[in-house]
Design a binder for this molecule. Structure first.
Ligand code: PLP
Length: 362
């Protein structure tokens, strides 16, 4: 009498650790642990979302036609090659569901998004983590790990939690050197923050390939993390495969409508980008002045290291938490002496630096 027994690979799974939102004894903590938008949600998205409330009794459009059309227009891509998900997280899981089986392997670089091993293991496949170099994905290390069992390669570009990116020429070189039965997933959750000539989110590569899936999200730049809206772009074959196994109504109407509005809200997008660039530069320079080692970021967050053994990241994290500031602390992933700070409002950014100064001087 022991009840139903799940697969061995599911039994051994760890639940994803989300950025903390609360801390004991503090009524209103400042959450800078999940790379959410410093300026709140897109106001146009909020209005569209509110206006849509009277239609809650209707099932969503299963084809999310308006959203696909809006994305197609914005990026000059074919709407029928776009797939949408409950966050881009769902798309990563669906891709694993569609292309991995027990015994298969999927590769990803160290110090990357912790959802990859969870999604891989959830279908009984084997996660293969390869070394990065200077906190950046290393194409040669990935290629060296490819074998007959490899079916998926994940690269987050720019990467979370390091904030680093690799040029599109490197992603291209990776793609050129793998057989086309391997799916290359380019997770471009922070692509909207990039404006470098040597970077492409993956759109150009998808256009000429039959084995690349680019994933994107509305959670970061657009400030819609709560609505769980992500999208992907791939060749028709891959897009249709993912469509077959997703829930037909996976993306609620509210998310579809808000997503379309957020894409149009260019004022808000510009504000967020200006804010991010300005405060990222300020924070990086202040953290450096405090003797903390900053990994140069291309995103809306900064990873930095505590190098003085007398002042470890764990103690800094406890100190900040006690004062109501929640950053992301890593007890694992080989980042034990790091904290990741999501760029906040002006006041929040200044306060984090003031608190860190106090902690280091104490
Ligand atoms: C935030 C993030 C995502 C997931 O975003 P969703 O909210 O699920 O759309 C995916 N990949 C990386 C690297 C992220 O940082």
């Amino acid at each position: 009498m022991s009840g139903p027994k799940t697969h061995s690979w599911i039994e051994g799974l760890n639940v994803y650790t989300a950025g903390k939102a609360k801390t004991k004894g503090i009524a209103k903590a400042v959450k800078l642990s999940a790379n959410e938008c410093a300026l709140g949600p897109s106001p146009m998205a909020v209005k569209a979302y509110t206006d849509a409330a009277s239609n809650l009794h209707r099932y969503p459009d299963p084809a999310y036609s308006d959203l696909r059309a809006a994305l197609g227009e914005k990026y000059n891509i074919e709407p029928d090659q776009i797939v949408c998900g409950v966050g881009s997280d769902e798309l990563l899981r669906l891709a694993c569901h569609a292309y991995l089986k027990p015994g298969d392997e999927a590769i990803f670089p160290a110090h990357s998004f912790s959802m990859y091993p969870i999604a891989i293991k959830s279908v009984g496949a084997k996660p293969v983590e390869v070394d990065d170099v200077n906190y950046r994905a290393d194409v040669d290390n990935i290629l060296n790990a490819v074998n007959d069992r490899t079916r998926i390669i994940f690269v987050a570009n720019p990467n979370n939690p390091t904030g680093t990116y690799i040029p599109s020429s490197e992603i291209e070189r990776l793609w050129e050197n793998i057989p086309d039965h391997i799916l290359l997933i380019v997770d471009a959750a922070y692509a909207e923050f990039m404006n470098r000539d040597d970077y492409d989110a993956g759109i150009d590569l998808v256009k000429k390939s039959n084995n690349v899936l680019m994933t994107r999200t509305f959670s970061k730049l657009y400030g819609l993390a709560s609505l769980r809206l992500g999208w992907g772009y791939a060749c028709r074959e891959i897009a249709q495969t993912i469509d077959k196994i997703r829930d037909p109504f996976n993306v609620p109407s509210s998310a579809q409508i808000a997503g379309v509005a957020a894409l149009k809200d260019t004022d808000f997008q510009e504000k967020v980008l200006d804010h991010t660039t300005k405060w990222r530069e300020w924070l990086e320079s202040e953290l450096n002045k405090l003797g903390l080692k900053v990994i140069p970021s291309s995103t809306n967050f900064i990873l930095f290291k505590f190098e003085d053994p007398a002042k470890p990241a764990l103690d800094a994290n406890n100190f900040l938490t006690k004062h109501g500031y929640i950053l992301r602390y890593y007890s694992d992933q080989g980042l034990g002496n790091f904290l990741r700070l999501t760029i906040g409002t002006e006041n929040e950014n200044r306060e984090v630096i003031t608190l860190l100064k106090k902690f280091l001087e104490e």
